[in-house]
Structures are given as structure tokens and as C-alpha cells.
Design a protein around this ligand. Structure first.
Ligand code: PHE
Length: 331
């Protein structure tokens, strides 16, 4: 065997023994040390790699010498490792049972869940039932049956996420108005909480996904006054009686007349819209086979994020969807 290989083997041996002298106590560092000698690119592998350049007659001896080194190193390494992994029995019972326990932190409810729960509680306390409907729906229930004209801009690719032609992620919870009326006879008094999706420009007050609570009331002799009274009652229960609100005339294809409700946002010094509403359009009743001469109704759709923003003074809707613990810990 050449002298230079002998020297190399000896050098590896020495450096290994030195490394063992300061054997690490951390599992990760132990792994690092292990692979720096025994790994695929470790010191021992490097020695084996030199075998190729050794003459035929020298090879058996060289092989033996490296094998011996490997065995020696493995044995020593394992001894050290064992010491670390199984601490000796005098040290095992070090748990001090008298120490106070570690408190487990309780999680908290997401502000959207909290607001949603509060809205549900308010409406169920005054006689509304809760219903749910599909988030993926056909164009008919999301648009056509709600009296959206063929080329209404809301059907545009800009606002709607299409799953396939004629199948959409619902853009509002109003699709459930149609399902409810198709499946039951009036009178009806429902709220419908759920997620809705819009392919819109994202900003502090608009996100591609948000939550609505729809309401639908159908009965004989329902008037716009009933709608106004219900909404004023609701808004005062959520925001307190000193809230500043306004009804603003608006347009929806499925209600006539239609309005939106804005709440004065003290923090920003501006109005923030929280819902759309109106009297159910007779054309919608006809689409579901209700006689518009007999039945009247109102509907509204509340934006839960907007209500939560006002309630908790949150300035950016995107915070609800980022799951930042620093934000969520405050609720
Ligand atoms: N669906 C409407 C929207 O998402 C809100 C609305 C619901 C308006 C019910 C009137 C009646 O903007």
C-alpha cells in the first residue's frame, strides 16, 4: 500500500477521534457528524473512492485497512450515540412532578364565524329559519331565474368564476332564494348563510371570496315597510342604537324597488355598504310558479365581512383570509 494512502487513512482516523471528543448533544448535529464520515459523500466514502487509482497488488491491503478503519469508527460512533440516546439510569427520573403544568392556550373563534353566529342569532330570535344551498350552481339559479337579462354585466367573465359553461361559483346567496321557492310552498321566512365568489379587483373592501347572509320572506301583504323595519331592527342590534345608517335607492334585477344600506364608518369617515335589498320582483315569483298577485316578499343579502370590519374596526378585508396569528389572537 502506498504511503500516501496510509497517511490519508491515518488522517481520517485522527480527525474522527477529535470529532468524537466533542460529541454533540443535539440530534440534528449528531446526524450531521454521522453523515460527514459515513454518508455517501463522507470521509470514508472518499477513501473508498481512491481504491480505483491503486495498483492491483496493493488493492487488497488498502481495502482491508479502510474496512478496519470503518469498523473502528462505526463502533466508537455507536458507543457515543448510545450514551446520548439512552441516558444512564441514574439520570432518567429527572421529572419534577411538583412543577406547575404548562398552560395550554385556547384557540379563539374567527371574527367571521363570530359575526356570522351573531347575525344568525338575531334573525332566528325573530322567527327566521336557516337554510343552506349550493356554492357551485348552474347559471339558471344564479342568474336566469333571478331575472338577469341575457347580457347583464354580472354574467361577464370579469365578475363570475365559471366552472364550466353554465356552471358557476355562485356570485351571491340569492341562488338559494330560487331553490327554496322551487322546493317549498309559501309562506317562507328564511336566512341563508354562505360563501360567495367574485372575480373582482381585490382591494381593502373587496375580495374574491366572502360571506353573505341572504334573507327571503314571502307572505301575503308584505310591504317595503316590513323590510325597512326588519333591517333597522337588525342594524341596531348589531351596531347599537347610536348607529348611523341610510337606505340608498339601488338596482337588482330580482327586486323592485331595490335599495342598499350603508353604515357610517367613523374610523374612515365614509359610508360603507353592508347589504342589498328589495321587494321580490314579480318576474322571479313567476319563474318559480308563485302567483305574484297573491304573494309578496322581500329579500336582502348582507355582507358579513363588511359588518365585521365595522364592528371590530378592521380596515382591510384581506386580513380575514390571511390567517395571521397576530390578527386572529385579538378575537
Ligand atoms: N345578491 C345581491 C348582491 O350580492 C344582494 C341582494 C340580495 C339584493 C337580495 C337584493 C335582494 O349584491
Amino acid at each position: 500500500m502506498t504511503n500516501s494512502l496510509k497517511e490519508t487513512i491515518e488522517a481520517v482516523r485522527k480527525s474522527f477521534l477529535t470529532a468524537l471528543d466533542s460529541f454533540p448533544s443535539d440530534t440534528h448535529e449528531i446526524e450531521v457528524l454521522k453523515s460527514s464520515y459515513f454518508g455517501r459523500k463522507g470521509e470514508l466514502a472518499k477513501l473508498y473512492a481512491q481504491m480505483g487509482s491503486i495498483s492491483h497488488e496493493d488493492r487488497p491491503n488498502a481495502g482491508k485497512a479502510i474496512n478496519a478503519l470503518k469498523e473502528e469508527c462505526s463502533r466508537l460512533f455507536e458507543e457515543q450515540e448510545k450514551k446520548y440516546i439512552t441516558p444512564d439510569s441514574t439520570q432518567t427520573d429527572q421529572l419534577d412532578y411538583t412543577l406547575p403544568g404548562e398552560a395550554q392556550r385556547l384557540g379563539s373563534k374567527h371574527p367571521i364565524s363570530k359575526t356570522l353566529q351573531e347575525v344568525k342569532d338575531i334573525f332566528t330570535s325573530v322567527g327566521f329559519h336557516i337554510a343552506y344551498g349550493p356554492e357551485v350552481d348552474d347559471d339558471y339559479h344564479n342568474f336566469t331565474a333571478l331575472n338577469f337579462p341575457e347580457h347583464h354585466p354580472a354574467r361577464d367573465m370579469q365578475d363570475t368564476f365559471f366552472v364550466q359553461k353554465d356552471v358557476v361559483l355562485r356570485t351571491h346567496t340569492s341562488n338559494v332564494q330560487i331553490h327554496l321557492m322551487e322546493n317549498s310552498e309559501p309562506p317562507l321566512r328564511y336566512i341563508v348563510p354562505g360563501r360567495v365568489y367574485r372575480n373582482e379587483a381585490i382591494s381593502f373592501k373587496s375580495y374574491c371570496l366572502f360571506h353573505q347572509v341572504e334573507a327571503l320572506v314571502v307572505d301575503k301583504n308584505i310591504s317595503f315597510g316590513d323590510l325597512k323595519g326588519t333591517l333597522e331592527y337588525f342594524v341596531k342590534r348589531v351596531f347599537g342604537s347610536s348607529v348611523t345608517m341610510r337606505f340608498r335607492p339601488s338596482f337588482f334585477p330580482f327586486t323592485e324597488p331595490s335599495a342598499e344600506v350603508d353604515i357610517w364608518d367613523e374610523k374612515r369617515g365614509q359610508w360603507l355598504e353592508i347589504l342589498g335589498c328589495g321587494m321580490v320582483d314579480p318576474a322571479v315569483f313567476e319563474n318559480v310558479g308563485y302567483d305574484p298577485k297573491v304573494w309578496h316578499g322581500y329579500a336582502f343579502g348582507l355582507g358579513i365581512e363588511r359588518i365585521a370590519m365595522l364592528k371590530y374596526g378592521i380596515s382591510d378585508i384581506r386580513l380575514f383570509f390571511q390567517n395571521d396569528k397576530r390578527f386572529l389572537d385579538q378575537f
